[in-house]
Design a protein around this ligand. Structure first.
Ligand SMILES: Cc1cc2nc3c(=O)[nH]c(=O)nc-3n(C[C@H](O)[C@H](O)[C@H](O)COP(=O)(O)OP(=O)(O)OC[C@H]3O[C@@H](n4cnc5c(N)ncnc54)[C@H](O)[C@@H]3O)c2cc1C
Ligand SMILES: Cc1ncc(C[n+]2csc(CCOP(=O)(O)OP(=O)(O)O)c2C)c(N)n1
Ligand SMILES: [Mg+2]
Length: 575
């Protein structure tokens, strides 16, 4: 009987870890592994057109399933293409293993064809990154990599020279035979007492929750009820916090709601729980701040903190709730909710349009999508203005999911993440909210949809520009250049790639086109010609920003770009 190769052991360990697919582009240094995967009954090779897509797709799979996901690239440029996507996975704290094939082991150090040093290249976007230089290291190195990705939540990289993968294995198979440990992490009894005291003596409390509140919806709502506290969420917490939440006052931050901003700024006690909301200027200066996070190193990272505790959100709240007294003062909550109602109405008014007259407001597109999408749809949104529309107009319900590149902030994430989402959940509706810039950046992977029968629905917000950058430039008082996009006909590109392609040019076409795409039994693309200049005013306009804006106006006039200002006014003032 043929002896097991190192590559066979690798595949067996991945099988035992529950891996079902590997995203990547093959190459001769990956041949050994590819052959073992071909013989695997459990693991499917998902051939994408760019390795960056592979990493983003694995990240989305890991985020949605909570389980280890895997991507792979061949030696040198092949695995180097993974890097941007892996940064995204790592910053999102999702367990992803990257297999970086390496040049023949005896050539390492000679400046050989395609030689790079993956251990250095991936060091910053991984918890663990090691080279397997001899068969004796397999499966131990791989198992350490998997454990690191799971236990520390993030990326691990195993660099494996093609020749080592094809050598005879020394160990027969997996060495670890236990399910993923799920420890209970919570503050000590002494600390619970302190926590209860803080909240029992406070009246104006606001909660800021984030992605670390996943799975703790009921506890969070009960807490808010006891404390009479409005709940503000950070972007990555939207899908877990906003729905069925009578205490929700929206998001804060530059793309947030003014109600979220004010609820944070006006409180006396702020509880940050399971959040790493990054923007310092949106934290109150004089409030008492309590932070609870699963990771001690997160405490105090973003603002001054008066009380810091380590604990899992659900477990901690379960321990804390019985110790809390009912706050009888509901002024702060009522005020915050009233403010939210007004802000929400204001945003809703912007999401209108069913006439045959241009322009189409992107807010309206997002609203229509929200209304027509399935109860358990998975949305991905590109970095750029689609992130704003997703944050403001998608309604989550505990079943829907939202994936983005929220922390690494990379363009072109939506299509690749949708590929990972659809591959993992073939039966669910997966919808991208793509920028025309972002979509074009990794557009090659639209070819993956037909090849792998992924019925993804791509909605392209075609504003012929890098609109988010234009917004940023305006806020900074700088006149932009290099933001124009001379776009192709995306509908025809889609058709050429085996999708159905549709174009919505006027508001009345938006709903029928999106409905048609969603109904289609296969991949579809709808390009929507949206207006370019949409202001998504931050909840608070600082003097610097206001000044910057008028400066932009001035510069624009001086530079003879009055047409742009008229366009801006038409869209935002004369609606
Ligand atoms: C163009 C653009 C604009 C953006 N604008 C905004 C904006 O205006 N407002 C905004 O909010 N965001 C915005 N973002 C996103 C922002 O960059 C951050 O990614 C986001 O705010 C972080 O959300 P989070 O705190 O929910 O998640 P994370 O940053 O992932 O933090 C989660 C925290 O929870 C902890 N944790 C994990 N599991 C548990 C557990 N079981 N129990 C307890 N703790 C746990 C983690 O250790 C971590 O500290 C924007 C992003 C982009 C791309
Ligand atoms: C890889 C990468 N390059 C550049 C940027 C800077 N950037 C952020 S948003 C954006 C514009 C995105 O344009 P588009 O996808 O068309 O979306 P829009 O804002 O126009 O809706 C750019 C260039 C980035 N975040 N990531
Ligand atoms: Mg654009």
């Amino acid at each position: 009987m043929a002896k097991n190769k190192v590559a066979d052991v690798l595949v067996e360990v991945l099988e035992q870890a529950g891996v079902e697919r590997i995203y990547g582009v093959t190459g001769d240094s990956l041949n050994g592994i590819a052959d073992s995967i071909r013989r695997s009954k459990q693991i499917k090779w998902i051939h994408v057109r760019h390795e960056e897509t592979a990493a983003f797709a694995a990240g989305a799979e890991a985020h949605l399933t909570g389980k280890l996901a895997v991507c792979a690239g061949s030696s040198g440029p092949g695995n180097m293409h993974l890097i941007n996507g892996l940064y995204d996975c790592h910053r999102n704290r999702v367990p992803v293993l990257a297999i970086a094939a390496q040049i023949p082991s005896h050539e390492i150090g000679s400046g050989y064809f395609q030689e790079t040093r993956p251990e250095h290249l991936f060091a910053q976007c991984s918890h663990y990154c090691e080279l397997v230089s001899q068969p004796e290291q397999m499966p131990r190195v791989l198992e350490i990599a998997i454990q690191s990705a799971l236990a520390r939540r993030g990326v691990s990289v195993v660099a494996l020279p093609g020749d080592v993968a094809l050598r005879d294995a020394v160990e027969k198979g997996p060495r670890l035979h236990f399910p993923e440990p799920k420890p209970t992490v919570r503050p000590s009894e002494e600390e619970f007492k302190i926590l209860a005291e803080i909240f029992n003596r406070s009246k104006k409390i606001t909660i800021l929750g984030g992605a670390g509140c996943a799975g703790a919806h009921a506890e969070l709502i009960e807490l808010a009820g006891k404390l009479n506290a409005p709940i503000v969420h950070a972007m990555r917490g939207k899908e877990f916090i906003e729905y069925d939440n009578p205490f929700s006052v929206g998001m804060t931050g530059l793309l947030g709601f003014s109600s979220g901003y004010h609820a944070m700024m006006n409180c006396e006690t702020l509880l940050m729980i399971g959040t790493d909301f990054p923007y310092q200027q949106f934290f109150p200066k004089n409030a008492t701040i309590v932070q609870i996070d699963l990771r001690g190193e997160q405490l105090g990272r973003r603002t001054k903190v008066d009380f810091g505790f380590v604990g899992d959100t659900k477990t901690t709240l379960r321990g804390l709730l019985p110790k809390l007294e009912q706050n009888r003062d509901d002024h702060h909550l009522k005020e915050s909710l009233e403010h939210y109602r007004k802000t929400r109405n204001g945003l809703d008014e912007l999401a209108t349009g069913d006439s045959g007259k241009k322009p189409i407001h992107p807010q309206y597109v997002a609203r229509v999508l929200d209304q027509l999408a399935a109860e358990d749809a998975i949305f991905t949104c590109d970095v750029g203005t689609p992130t704003i529309w997703a944050a403001r107009y998608l309604t989550m319900n505990g079943k829907r999911r939202l994936v983005g590149s929220f922390t690494h902030g990379s363009m072109a994430n939506a299509l690749p993440q949708a590929i990972g989402a659809q591959a993992s959940y073939p039966g669910r509706q997966v919808i991208t909210m793509s920028g025309d810039g972002g979509f074009a950046m990794l557009m090659g992977d639209v070819l993956t949809l037909r090849q792998h029968k992924l019925p993804i629905k791509i909605i392209v917000f075609k504003n012929d520009s890098l609109a988010f950058v234009e917004l940023e430039l305006k806020a900074a008082g700088v006149l932009g250049s290099g933001t124009d996009l001379h776009n192709p006909d995306f509908k025809k590109i889609a058709e050429g790639a085996g999708l159905i392609g549709l174009t919505a040019e006027t508001p009345d076409q938006v709903a029928p086109m999106i409905a048609q795409a969603l109904k289609h039994d296969g991949p579809a693309l709808v390009e929507v010609l949206v207006s370019r200049q949409e202001l998504s005013m931050p909840p608070t306009i600082t003097y610097e920003e206001a000044k910057g804006f008028s400066l932009f106006m001035l510069q624009a006039v001086l530079n003879g770009r009055g047409d742009e200002i008229i366009d801006l006014a038409r869209v935002n003032l004369l609606r």
